[in-house]
Design a protein around this ligand. Sequence first.
Ligand SMILES: Cc1cc2nc3c(=O)[nH]c(=O)nc-3n(C[C@H](O)[C@H](O)[C@H](O)COP(=O)(O)OP(=O)(O)OC[C@H]3O[C@@H](n4cnc5c(N)ncnc54)[C@H](O)[C@@H]3O)c2cc1C
Length: 396
Amino acid sequence: MSTYTNTQEVIQINKIAIIGAGLGGLACAIALQKLGYDVQVYDKARDFRPVGAGFGLLPNGLRCLDAIEPGIVSLIKNSACEVSQTVLKNNQGETIRTTKGSRYTEKYGLPLITVWWWHLQQILASKVPDNKIHLNHRCIGFTQDNDGIDIYFDGGKTVRADLLIGADGINSAVRETLFRDDKPRYLGDMSWRAVIKCDQELLNRSELGFVKSNREFMYLLNVGDGHISWLYRQLSPDFCLSPNATEAKSQVLNKIANWGKPLRHLVEMTPAERILEAPICDRLPLETWHQGRVTLLGDAAHAMAPALAQGTNSTFEDVCELAWCFSHYKNISEALTNYERRRIESTTIIQNRSAEGEMDYYKTEEEKSPSLVLQQLQMNSEEFQNWIFSYQPPII
Ligand SMILES: Cc1cc2nc3c(=O)[nH]c(=O)nc-3n(C[C@H](O)[C@H](O)[C@H](O)COP(=O)(O)OP(=O)(O)OC[C@H]3O[C@@H](n4cnc5c(N)ncnc54)[C@H](O)[C@@H]3O)c2cc1C
């Protein structure tokens, strides 16, 4: 536990340690190194591997990325897909309806981009000097005093820093050490996802597909360079993970046995070891994210269901707000208090609405009940979307 006592004296920060070289940790490193801090990033992964699936970058997240690193959105577009059209399909792969993707640009000034998680991780990592990223460093805890923090790693290494940012995802060791709160909450559906390079006739290269079936669905995302990502989800009140990758692949194929051939073919041609099987979980909102010299960011602070596709996009908002607070307050306590003041309320709303929305995926229009979150906010869904996508990062 922390031995830090809160003082209001002005503290000079030099070294910042970030736990986690995921999308949040790397974006945060880019932003804070620009403010002149010595930023060191630690991740438990042994190397950067082509992992993850495709996901959507939306106007609020893209606006933040451009504020963090001007020009980076053009770089991302080169190895991603700017969605021109969203296609709704039935489980035979036949198109039911199409919607223009350009509505994002028309309304919010920025498009919807689908990207491979790993590609974005590589782009962000390329903006942080190699010698600042320390792989094979699993954080197992920390202690802090009035002068700094000792961060402990598996294997016995200890690092001292002035500030610690836990960007270590939904199972955050930093959050666990800080608050010892609940574990991730299972929301009642399972996901299987993968990225493959293939020729397919379901989508053209600038389309995003959504296949709606009974208590199950699949997203099809182009993620650039001829790669396609499929993400299959099914309502599963109880979950149990497959014993190995081959079993996980067989599970998906059994579940979609009556689907059309082009869709089954996508899964059939995916090497089993590329398929990630995972329960859909979130974390309950916290009332505070920091203690002394330690704070949280991204999934560590507010892991949410993927329904609104805001997990990564809202993480980039955290980065902009945290960097802004460090450029405006020279006192750690003030900076971290203001950071969470600017973030907790909106991320709590998005977490709650995401959890509600996750279950809506599996309901018919008649089964859906009005959103409690939107009722409390006195907003309709369009106003809510406008609120999310119109987010403007502060000028750092
Ligand atoms: C490998 C991977 C693939 C993903 N793929 C997708 C995807 O395809 N689609 C999608 O929507 N979301 C994906 N996500 C989740 C998504 O990145 C997050 O929801 C969102 O971007 C917030 O990011 P984050 O940086 O807070 O957390 P994360 O992206 O989860 O990153 C956390 C990082 O912390 C590291 N870490 C965890 N524990 C420790 C520890 N104890 N010590 C040191 N390092 C630690 C992890 O290795 C990881 O690199 C993925 C996450 C990971 C880790």
